[in-house]
Design a protein around this ligand. Structure first.
Ligand code: ATP
Length: 379
């Protein structure tokens, strides 16, 4: 049916009525849709979360599950779910009925979360620590390179070693250097991350890391900040602590489970040997403790030379630089070299002199002792 439009006003009214305004039905439809959408969303907020549990045993038509706090329950399963022992399952919170199997085997690839590499750090990149390097070569490098030697003589090399000492003294460097010299895969894990980032998954992650290490052998698993996993605990009442404890027990189980001459070695590091659980230090585990101290004068000289050898320098007054860096760790000595370079750049010089080094030492010492004072305030 056509319209006869007589003027502009009629045209505008017709537009508003027939085209611009949606019909009542359309509007109704629209409101119903948004109501359904909102009801749906509201439902999601009201829904109780499902628990992630482990199926331990199947008994007749029921399943024995272990809930995250460690308790066990015998529960029903929803009719379309077939559960096997060892499966991870999702469980409804009120009745603990298993509603779904949860395939978390592919939920993360451990290689995305830990560092796996062939490091290019060599023994020559390390200043000082001659005695420690000698010991690490004997107990880690040699058994990886020549296991037959140990078999012949009949001695068991340690499965793991523990490097302990103040921060920034080269523990990570040593672990990387031994991986390099033994041509081993280097797998780096940080203890605190293992328990903070992967809540509920720490123990599984430890299992996966050791499986990966065996697959990529010869390999070295470097566990930095092991104290985060292995601090001695007075009580383990809090569920977070229980989780750490489970991860720690898994670590001990893995270490106990491999042979001294398997070509996997564990190198752990800590700044807090005083708080470690003695279980870790029992024979057959980390029974070789190697102290990595602050660098002495000779070591500081080595470190300055190492980190400044690619820099353009005057004849440096090494004696004074070494004297003034007393108490610095390796990382701080390295920072002095870099800072000295910046002082030269600021003055638009292309050659770095001893004065630049002295200023850099003052700057690093300022930060260092301010930090110490700050920490001191909190005991
Ligand atoms: P943290 O306990 O804080 O993890 P760490 O003992 O593992 O520290 P590293 O990470 O190995 O220390 O050292 C930090 C940086 O300091 C190194 O990358 C290196 O540049 C420098 N450094 C420390 N010690 C030495 C050393 N003995 N020789 C050469 N460089 C060193």
């Amino acid at each position: 049916m056509g319209f006869i439009i007589k003027n502009k006003k009629e045209a505008s009214e017709l537009y508003d009525k027939e085209i611009a305004a949606p019909s009542v039905n359309e509007e109704n439809e629209l409101l119903k849709n948004s109501l359904n959408y909102l009801k749906n969303e509201l439902g999601k907020f009201k829904e109780l979360p499902l628990l992630v549990c482990e199926a331990k045993k199947v008994i007749n038509n029921k399943v024995l599950i272990k809930v995250p706090n460690g308790s066990h329950f015998l529960v029903n399963t929803s009719s379309n779910v077939v559960v096997e022992p060892g499966d991870t399952v999702l469980v409804e919170q009120r009745s603990l009925t298993v509603v779904q199997k949860f395939d978390n085997s592919k939920s993360f690839d451990i290689e995305d979360f830990i560092i796996v590499e062939k490091p290019d750090i060599s023994w020559d990149n390390i200043g000082g620590l001659e005695e420690q390097i000698k010991e690490i070569k004997e107990v880690v490098e040699l058994p990886l390179l020549k296991p037959e030697l140990f078999k012949e003589i009949g001695i068991d090399p340690p499965k793991g070693i523990l490097l302990h000492g103040p921060p920034g003294t080269g523990k990570t460097l040593l672990a990387k250097a031994v991986a390099n010299s033994a041509n081993a895969t280097f797998i780096e894990v940080v203890g605190s991350e293992l328990v903070q980032k992967f809540i509920g998954e720490g123990a599984k992650l430890v299992r996966d890391i050791f499986a990966l290490a065996r697959e990529r052998a010869p390999s070295i698993i470097f566990i930095d900040e092991i104290d985060a996993l292995a601090a001695e605990r007075m009580n383990i009442g809090v569920s977070g602590e229980r989780e750490v404890q489970r991860t720690f027990i898994q670590l001990l189980t893995e270490i106990d489970g491999f042979n001294n001459l398997d070509n996997v070695k564990v190198v752990a590091a800590t700044n807090r040997i005083d708080i470690l659980d003695p279980a870790l230090l029992r024979p057959g585990r980390f029974d070789r403790l190697i102290e990595i101290p602050l660098p002495d004068e000779k070591a500081r000289l080595d470190i300055v030379k190492l980190h400044s050898n690619k820099m353009k320098t005057d004849d440096l007054n090494f004696d004074e630089i070494i004297r003034k860096t007393d108490g610095f760790n390796g990382a701080e000595v390295k920072a002095v070299c870099t800072e000295a370079g910046y002082f030269a750049i600021r003055e638009e010089r292309k050659v770095i002199n001893s004065d630049d080094f002295f200023k850099a030492i003052d700057k690093i010492a300022g930060v260092k002792y301010e930090d110490d004072e700050y920490l001191g305030m909190f005991g």
